[in-house]
Design a protein around this ligand. Structure first.
Ligand SMILES: C[S@@+](CC[C@H](N)C(=O)[O-])C[C@H]1O[C@@H](n2cnc3c(N)ncnc32)[C@H](O)[C@@H]1O
Length: 253
């Protein structure tokens, strides 16, 4: 993440800045404006154990943001970070979370349910908008096809007619370098396969007149993959990779 706490500012200011930053990031991912969220019943599927989007939206004055996530919320930083192996992102997140206004936290948690996408604890046609970030493989990737289909059925069941689902990202990587390590090619094969299978399921639902959908590119960026560190490296050492991230927009017919 590109957010660093400014320790010279008050915790209150930094909490606001962090969640404003996150809200902007999520809106860009979903290709939405803040106004698109007003007066809607919204569900965040696989919201993460830190509820970043529901908290950001509640702070931005958006009510009615429900969320589901199977994991226990707000794990202590000790689960991720030790003095030998610090996890600075998690440490910063925990530091910020301690300063969220209690009424915001209470409002967000009130609308949170510990649950899985394949079994949603909501009535039919409850939501106008369902969002999910960085969880498409969970919903679609049919290592267990039955669960993938059940998950989509459940999402469409709790969505109102003409309601929208926005999944981010449907991802593609394009390698621009010559010597690409096999490990990375295997990873690409995996994400390509995920994207293909997601589209296959969406086509099937569209043919059955249950949905219509479109796929829109919302981010294109270039990174340098350094096989030695197994992550993002410097332009001098890394292999150039173009990331194309798309949002899938589904409308229930
Ligand atoms: C990569 S995280 C994304 C979290 C959050 N949406 C974000 O953007 O930071 C994927 C999340 O999916 C959750 N998950 C895994 N299996 C799930 C399931 N069957 N139903 C719902 N969520 C699931 C995981 O617990 C994890 O928090």
């Amino acid at each position: 993440m590109n957010f660093e706490i400014n320790h010279e500012k008050s915790p209150k200011e930094e909490v606001k800045r962090f969640y404003d930053f996150q809200m902007q990031r999520h809106l860009e991912s979903y290709d939405l404006d803040l106004d698109d969220l007003q007066d809607k019943e919204i569900l965040d599927v696989a919201a993460g154990d830190d509820l970043v989007f529901p908290i950001s939206a509640t702070m931005a004055g958006i009510d009615n943001v429900y969320s589901i996530e199977p994991k226990r919320l707000f794990p202590p930083v000790t689960e991720f970070s030790t003095p030998e192996q610090p996890n600075s992102y998690q440490e910063e997140l925990n530091e910020l979370r301690a300063n969220i206004p209690p009424q915001i936290l209470a409002k967000t948690q009130e609308k949170h349910v510990r649950a899985k996408v394949e079994n949603l604890p909501f009535k039919d046609e409850s939501f106008d908008l369902i969002v999910s970030r960085c969880a498409m493989p969970i919903i679609f990737f049919p290592e267990n096809k039955e669960i993938a289909h059940k998950a989509m059925d459940e999402i469409l069941r709790v969505l109102k007619k003409n309601g929208e689902v926005r999944f981010f990202p449907l991802q593609k990587e394009v390698f621009l370098g010559n010597e690409i390590p096999k490990k990375f090619l295997d990873l690409k094969k995996h994400t390509d396969e995920q994207a293909e299978l997601s589209v296959e399921l969406l086509d099937k639902l569209q043919k059955a007149n249950k949905i219509k959908y479109e796929i829109k590119t919302v981010n294109e960026s270039e990174i340098f993959y350094d096989p030695d560190i197994g992550g993002i490296g410097s332009p001098e050492k890394g292999i150039p990779v173009k990331f194309i991230e798309k949002v899938v927009i589904i409308t229930k017919i």
